[in-house]
Design a protein around this ligand. Sequence first.
Ligand SMILES: [Zn+2]
Length: 354
Amino acid sequence: MELGRNLEARTPIELPVEVKPSLMVVVDTEEEFDWQRRNFDRNATGVSAMAELWRAQEICEEFGLAPTYVIDYPIATSPDAVAVLRDFSQRGKAQIGAHLHAWVNPPFDEQLTRANSYQGNLDPALEHRKLTCLLEAIETSFDERPTTHKAGRYGFGKHTAETLLDLGIDIDFSAACGYDFTADQGPNFSRLDAHLYRLGKNGQLLGIPTTGGFTGPLHDFGSKVYSQHNLQSMSGGLLASVLSKSRILERILLSPEGHTLDKMKRLTRALVQRGVRVFTISFHSPTVKPGCTPYTNTARDVANFLDKMRRYFEFFTGRLGGIPTTPQAVKELVRQQGSAKNSHFFVSALASKN
Ligand SMILES: [Zn+2]
């Protein structure tokens, strides 16, 4: 399931250089499950890590960042989890979006396979029904319908854009720049850069990608070296590892999960130079509790994870001179830029007549 046709059909949005680097936080807010298990389990729906989420929220608030919690069905239907998030959002310090984990989101009309864990591989009618069910659950719990979405496992498919627009969602975070999931029957974002884009009917869906990409002198070769095809061969995997260790070509996702602070800074600086102005830092909600994801096994790991996040925020808002933003603010910025461009075009068209 390549993003393929949709990726080619997107319209990239370039923001003027004067726009300050802007950062938003997107949290994949979901149940705890066994990350090492190859098979998916419809019964793994525990959300105990939500009780610890305030620890990350507190750091975001310190820097004026109001995270977007994209939440899935087990979260939206857990009174405890909803209470935690309602507290953040009612204080105006967070917003709620949708995140589809197809295997724990009714209706359960598909087989439990790895391919079907990517919503874009489902029959479009079933993807639509699952999203409808999720949005209704969120509306019931929060008295508000979300307008933002991130596909579980980045599983954006050929029909996803139209389905989202049909359901009133106009901002999507599903793309993971630089990453290719085709070996697992997922989409391929290896050639996608970190710029915003428009997609879907009349370009109505605003794509705010999960910031990632390639750094180092050979960054232009990133999508080739990091293609699943290349990584699956022994020599290809070795080459990627040598290039990465020597910093000649690194692939980095803007996430404190599995990426060092230095790497996140290197990625950010490289992308600012390439004209990227909107950044999304992301993580999974269960990482705030030891033993729930591969990134934090102990309480010390959690403390380090949170400290890394804080130090990145210090860098972004300090040295880099960046500012906090939200998906809605970015949408408004893009709208203003669009009309400014049009009026500029109009003015120059008029000028050339005279
Ligand atoms: Zn997820």
